[in-house]
Design a protein around this ligand. Structure first.
Ligand code: CTP
Length: 399
């Protein structure tokens, strides 16, 4: 959720400022771009050097840096940010924000920012409880800002009560959930399959195919970016695991069937992009087969058609999407598969189309929906094709 998000972290004067080092580290680890603004008081609690090193950006402390002669443009900073987090937010800064005061860089950036603002207050319990602070908090909420509530615990004063800043891990989890809740597919479970399957002949050999898994991974990534809870069942592939995707590695068609059966029931959308073996050796030799004979025959038996089996189990409200990889009579075969497997949408690839098929980074697809309505797409990168497929599915979901 935080990958490539631009985050400004405002740090105020509070002992909790020491935790902002961990917070910056966690945000960076989650893929965010972080710029830190320290108030003058905050710089007494944590050094700009620490936060500049962790955030990989210079730390901003005032409008004008005398040493470098650099002017920090508060409007530019405010517009750069996708999210402004103020943690710790002191009673003083909260009061300024509630009343429109603008006497330092942080409060100017706050007034200039158009992005969501989240505050994690930190102060002594009586300051937090004070009616003026509570009025300011109510005012900030009314402005549309979000408060990450302080925890109860031992405070710097030695007193015990509410006022401890939320832990950095809690702030990151809060922000992640905050971003996710506005995404169109939040709360939807999506099952995607990818890659080839390997059917063992003996301990060293197998029957496989050229599928790279790229298409299925791009689809899983796209659905995760839209906030869906994605399970990706993949055959052997060189593709790297994706953030926010629950990856399940399988080898054979039988393994993939088992994993799909376990996850299909509670998935609103299932996209079967794996190139599943249609046949598997009837028996698997326990030992490596030696080359004694001139001829060797391996008896193959049909695997279960996973997609057709899921099509029979499909309930109202579930969407099932299949792929058809064809070399001849492409449209006719794709439509037949759509009907036979009880699909809502089929993605046709023709190996006759340049730029389509295995191991390429591009694909060319044609979609057919249940009423055989046809949509033809140009050759595109697999990431763009994943977007076309997911857009069609999201439209069918009415999202
Ligand atoms: N599929 C599956 N289980 C199998 C074989 C295929 O779930 N044992 C799925 C694929 O993931 C794909 C769709 O069925 O979504 C169509 O696969 P494809 O290989 O094009 O067609 P098949 O149904 O296997 O038919 P044929 O090989 O005869 O074209």
């Amino acid at each position: 959720m935080l990958n490539q998000k631009n985050i400004i972290l405002g740090v105020c004067g509070s002992i909790a400022a020491y935790k902002s080092a961990v917070l910056v580290r966690l945000l960076i680890k989650a893929g965010a771009n972080v710029k830190v603004i320290l108030t003058a008081d905050a710089a007494n609690f944590i050094t700009p050097l620490t936060l500049a090193t962790l955030s990989k950006h210079p730390v901003y402390t005032q409008y004008f840096e005398e040493e470098t002669g650099v002017w920090s443009n508060h409007v530019e900073l405010g517009l750069w940010a996708d999210y402004l987090i103020i943690a710790p937010a002191s009673a003083n800064t909260i009061s300024k924000m509630a009343n429109g005061l603008c006497d330092n860089l942080l409060s100017a950036v706050y007034l200039s920012a158009k992005c969501p603002v989240l505050l994690a207050p930190a102060m002594d319990l009586d300051m937090w409880k004070h009616q003026s602070t509570q009025n300011n908090i109510t005012q900030l909420k009314a402005f549309g800002n979000t408060i990450i509530a302080p925890n109860k615990g031992e405070l710097a004063s030695g007193l015990f009560g509410e006022g401890r800043m939320a832990e950095p891990e809690e702030i990151v989890a809060f922000l992640t959930a905050y971003i996710k809740k506005d995404l169109p597919l939040c709360g939807q479970k999506v099952l995607v399959t990818a890659g080839p399957t390997y059917e063992a002949i003996d301990p060293v050999r197998f029957i496989g195919n050229h599928s790279s898994g790229k298409m299925g991974f791009a689809i899983a990534d796209r659905f995760a970016a839209m906030g869906a809870e994605v399970t990706l069942i993949t055959g052997p592939t060189a593709e790297k695991s994706l953030a926010n995707v629950n990856r399940i590695d399988v080898v054979s068609a039988a393994d993939m069937l088992k994993a799909c059966e376990a996850h299909f029931g509670d998935s609103q959308v299932t996209i079967m992009s794996a190139a599943v073996a249609d046949y598997t050796p009837q028996t698997v030799a326990n030992q490596k087969i030696k080359k004694h004979e001139n001829d060797l025959s391996i008896n193959l038996v049909k695997t279960t058609d996973i997609l057709a089996s899921l099509g029979r189990q499909k309930k109202n409200g579930q969407l099932l999407i299949g792929f058809a990889l064809e070399t001849e009579n492409e449209e006719e075969h794709a439509k037949a598969k759509l009907l036979k497997k009880n699909l809502d949408l089929i993605v046709l690839n023709s190996l006759n189309d340049p730029g389509a098929g295995f191991k390429t980074n591009t694909n060319k697809i044609t979609l057919f929906n249940k009423t055989f309505e046809k949509t033809v797409f140009d050759v595109k990168s697999k990431t763009e094709v994943a977007k076309d497929i997911s857009d069609a599915i999201v439209a069918m979901m009415g999202k």
